[in-house]
Design a protein around this ligand. Structure first.
Ligand SMILES: [Fe+2]
Ligand SMILES: [Fe+2]
Length: 251
């Protein structure tokens, strides 16, 4: 296994490890994103066993001990399995996550107390960079789920949203909605709920110019259109399963 590094937006690096054994024959990527600044932030730590690879990849960009913030979509091994390894490697690093994630898991599981972020709260990384935390409970899964928007470049660090199989380019302008629908059909990984379309459309309102996928390429282009199309697909799925509930929510 190797971890490759690409800059997908100004000062935002995608660290990508392709694992052929997951979902063969297409395989699956595990991506972390390093956002530069005086206070560099890593979104997703990678699984614990991938720590040496990810640590070395971060080391190609900055001294790893300079890392200041660790954040991720939700509490799961591929999102945050190496959280405590990172807290040990970077003495000034803090985990930052939403209230639910901190109260339910991180206050106990993280070796240092996490910073609790309110929905919409920002972290100033300095050098003109700021990330905004947005709660997305149960979307695509996890009560504690959330995403980060890097405001200068309009990059949405969107975690498991748009998950796709295979190992495409680091950055694409091609359709990411079709491959995401195919992966959802295959894995059933989302906590399908009647509010899902609404939660995803709220992210479309941020008009992101880059979508940084945890499993798949990063997308450059009309992020809002892609999010609307994804929201429509989840509404379609929810309407099939929960017709009466969806009718009431949309009334
Ligand atoms: Fe996940
Ligand atoms: Fe994931």
């Amino acid at each position: 296994m190797e971890t490759v590094v690409h800059e997908i937006a100004s000062g935002i690096y995608r660290l990508s490890t392709f694992v052929a054994e997951v979902a063969p024959p297409a395989g699956f990527t595990f991506n972390q994103f390093l956002v530069l600044g005086d206070e560099p932030l890593l979104f997703h730590t990678g699984p614990r066993r991938m720590f040496p690879l990810v640590h070395a990849a971060v080391g190609r960009i900055i001294p790893p001990e300079r890392l200041r913030w660790i954040s991720f979509g939700h509490y799961e091994a591929d999102e945050c399995g190496a959280m405590n390894e990172w807290l040990a490697a970077a003495p000034h690093a803090e985990v930052a996550h939403g209230q639910t994630g901190c109260l339910v898991s991180l206050n106990d599981m993280a070796d240092r107390a996490p910073r609790i972020l309110k929905d919409g709260e920002t972290i100033d990384l300095n050098q003109g960079r700021r990330v905004r935390y947005i709660d997305t409970p149960h979307v695509p899964h996890g009560w504690d789920a959330g995403v980060l928007l890097e405001e200068t470049t309009g990059t949405l660090l969107c975690g498991d949203l748009f998950t796709q199989l295979g190992n495409d380019r680091a950055l694409t302008g091609s359709d990411i909605v079709g491959p995401a629908i195919a992966a959802e059909d295959m894995f059933d990984y989302s906590s399908l709920n009647p509010g899902m379309g609404t939660t995803i459309r709220r992210l479309a309102g941020l008009a992101p110019r880059t979508l940084a996928l945890m499993h798949g390429p990063s997308f450059t282009g009309d992020g809002a259109a892609a999010l609307h199309a994804l929201a429509d697909d989840y509404d379609r799925r929810a309407a099939k399963l929960l017709p009466e509930t969806v009718r009431m929510v949309n009334a």
